[in-house]
Structure formats: C-alpha cells, structure tokens
Design a protein. Structure first.
Length: 423
C-alpha cells in the first residue's frame, strides 16, 4: 500500500522537521507543502553543506524527487525566485521538479509593509510576526480581494490589479500614518518575478491525484507547529494558517481518508520564538543551548526561548492531529545535564489541569508540574542504534513518548542525515 504521510510539528515549530523531511524523502519521491509561506525556515545539513529553505519543500534536495507547493500556501514571488536561484547556484535543479499551485495566494510587496507597520503600531501587544506579510495575505484571501498565482500569467492584468490594491492599501497607510507603498517599484518587481515563475505554475491538484493513482509514496511537509495553528494554537500568538494535519488536506487537495500516517515531530525539550506564554520556560536551559550555538531562528535569526519538555502540549497535539508515531529530535542538546525536567501537568488557580486552556490569559497563569529524570551526561551524537544510546536517554525518550500518547519511531541525535535512527 502506498504511503501518504502527513508530517506535523507537535510544538511551536522549529522541531527539526526539515531534517526529518529530508530523511523521509528518500523513500517518498513526492513531497508536498500545503500551508504557510516563507515565514517558515527548514534547515537541512548534507555532508558539509547547509541549506535553509523557506517555502520550497525540503525534498527538493533529493535527486529525483518532485515537489508541490499547494493551494493552501501563500507565495512571495520575489522571495521564491531568490530561493530557486540560490538552489541553482548550488547545483540543485528545479525545472520539471517543482510545481506551484495556480490557486495559491500571492504575497505582494504591500503585504510585508502592512505586516511590519501593524506590528510596530501594536507596541506592547505584538504578536512576534516575522514581518514577511503572511498574515495580511491570508487576510486578503479571506476578504476575497487577494491575488492568486494564476494572475501572474498575464502581466498586464497583474499590473492593473496591483495598482488597484496598492491604492486601497495606501489609503489605509495614510489613515494610520504608515509609510506608503511605491506602486511603480512594486509592479516592476512583481512583473520580473512573474516571468521567472511562470514555468513553475501548475494545476497541482491534478498532479497530486496523478501521483496518488500511480501508487507513489507521498510526504506532506508541515510548516510551523501545532501551537501556531490559527484555530488550535495559543491564540492570538499564532500564525494565520492551519498547521495541524487537517491543513495538509485543505491546503493540497488530499482527501482525508487517503492519509495513511500522521508523524509528529518534537524536540526533546521545548522552544518558542516570538511572543506568547511558555509555561515550562527555563532560562538556564536557554543559556546552555544558546551557548552551544543552538536555538536561533532560521528565518529571523532571533534567539528562541527554551523550556523543559511539555507533555501537556504534545499530548494535546496528538489528539488534535491524530498522530500515529513520533520523531524526537535534539536529544543531544541535553547531553551535559545531570537532571532533566518534564512538565506533566499544569496548575491553574490552584487546580490541576491536563490540557492547555483556550484563554491566553489563563494559559499565561499556568504553573508547570514537573517530574525529574536522571540525565546521561554522555555524547549521544555518535549513537547509531537504540541500544547504543545511554540507558537514561532511552528511559527519557520512552517516557516523553508515553506521556505524548504516541509511538516513538525516529530519534535524531544531530542535524545530519546519518544522525538518525529508526526504531
């Protein structure tokens, strides 16, 4: 039976999905991205080379793979053209391998301008956006005033639509005292990007179903993480799309009953970039990881906040996503610790709860309940099998999988392909 695997982040993103996607793409020749935009950052290390991809699926790094960017994504044509050119400069071919949905919405030059201006005006109520224009683009999609990739095929019509939207946006800028968008420059940049991307624009729904009928194994690449989902995340500190497993279906054209596996990716601890509460926040753990050169955002470069593993969140993620099994990454980041904490529950106003509350103010008041595990204090980065891991590391990994209520199937002990073990 063909595999149609949906890979999701079980935390706040940055779980190491890019590395796991790269490893799985060896056995899944079709890789599909179904939500988000270039606000994501997937880092893959191959030998001595390091690739950071923002919108193009990580599977593009596997020779012979085919990658689809689905209708649920928002595409910055200028940024995507740069990303394609970066791959070309490093010997990665994309023509005939990368296809972008004609139904995907366009991140136009005015979207990042609005995004940054809103964030600046928000002052103390910042969301922590990347400033890439993702939220305003999804806003235009819902308001039914957005541009879609098929609009790029006719540059004359594209220019007219852009000028019309920029007039509307500049009225908003004038009202709020924001910097106006220069129409001529925006039209010129978009026209050049449109010509570059035209060969990549396709009916990806038809292509996807051709691959399904042919019985090919398909990997649906999630971006961000469960707790950035606009419906199930820590609202309002979320992204503007559905990052959970359901988003893979609505964002690509995959019928839900054809999903054969949902794989949750999670770190052996917790991180968060941007604003919003982090109940298991541990400054000392953050200092340790940052001192090792770890936990800086691939997209923004910002230092991530770090905390102990939070099983309240990952268990909720399992239920929301229908997670079958787990890939745990970054276990090697804990190698030097004598003791390691795991959050097993919360106390809210004196009562114990076992799921994150919907109200963000309640969530901010949650106090973690911890269980302490013995550390292993040895280098796991060279371990190649489950039995070669220190006993305390095995106990820890099995415990967090049990608390998450899903089967442990993959352990990553470093960024490279060979630092991966399948159980």
């Amino acid at each position: 039976m063909a595999s149609r695997t949906v890979l999701i982040g079980a935390q706040w993103g940055d779980e190491g999905k890019g590395k796991i996607i790269d490893v799985l793409s060896e056995s899944h020749p079709i890789v599909v991205r179904s939500q988000g935009g270039n606000n994501a950052g997937h880092t893959v290390e191959i030998g001595e080379e390091k690739f950071v991809l923002h919108l193009i699926p990580s599977g593009i790094l596997r020779r012979g793979s085919t990658c689809l960017i689905g209708n649920g994504c928002v595409v910055d044509p200028i940024g995507l053209a740069r990303e394609i050119e970066m791959l070309h400069s490093r010997g990665i071919r994309t023509r005939g391998r990368l296809f972008i949905s004609e139904r995907a919405h366009v991140v136009a030059p005015y979207h990042p301008a609005v995004d940054k201006s809103r964030e600046k005006s928000a002052a103390k109520k910042k969301i922590g956006t990347t400033g890439r224009g993702i939220g305003p683009t999804y806003g235009d999609k819902i308001a039914r005033v957005g541009l879609r990739l098929h609009d790029l095929r006719d540059t004359r019509r594209l220019a007219a639509r852009l000028r019309e939207r920029i007039r509307d946006v500049n009225e908003l800028c004038s009202f709020y005292g924001w910097e106006p968008v220069v129409a001529a420059a925006a039209v010129r940049q978009m026209a050049a990007a449109a010509r570059f991307l035209e060969p990549y624009i396709a009916d990806t729904i038809r292509l996807l179903h051709d691959h399904i009928r042919a019985g090919r194994d398909i990997l649906f690449e999630g971006a961000q993480g469960t707790f950035l989902d606009v419906d199930f995340g820590t609202y309002p500190y979320v992204t503007s799309s559905n990052t959970t497993s359901g988003g893979a279906c609505t964002g690509s054209g995959l019928p839900p009953h054809l999903v054969t596996r949902v794989l949750g990716v999670m770190k052996a601890y917790t991180t968060r970039v941007g604003e919003g509460p982090l109940p298991s926040d541990a400054a000392e753990l953050g200092d340790l990881l940052h001192g090792m050169g770890r936990e800086f955002g691939a997209t923004t470069g910002r230092a991530r906040r770090c905390g102990w593993f939070d099983s309240v969140l990952t268990r909720f993620a399992t239920r929301i996503n229908g997670t079958h099994d787990l890939a745990v990454t970054n276990i090697d980041g804990l190698d030097s610790l004598a003791t390691i904490k795991v959050c097993t529950g919360y106390r809210l106003d004196g009562r114990k709860i076992d799921a994150p509350p919907a109200d963000i103010d309640d969530f901010a008041r949650c106090v973690p309940v911890y269980k302490t595990f013995k550390g292993w204090r040895s280098d796991t980065s060279k371990c190649t099998t489950w039995r070669s891991l220190p006993p305390s590391a095995r106990d820890y990994l099995q415990a967090i999988a049990d608390l998450t209520e899903a089967k442990l199937s993959i352990v990553s002990v470093g960024p490279r392909r060979e630092q991966t073990m399948f159980l």
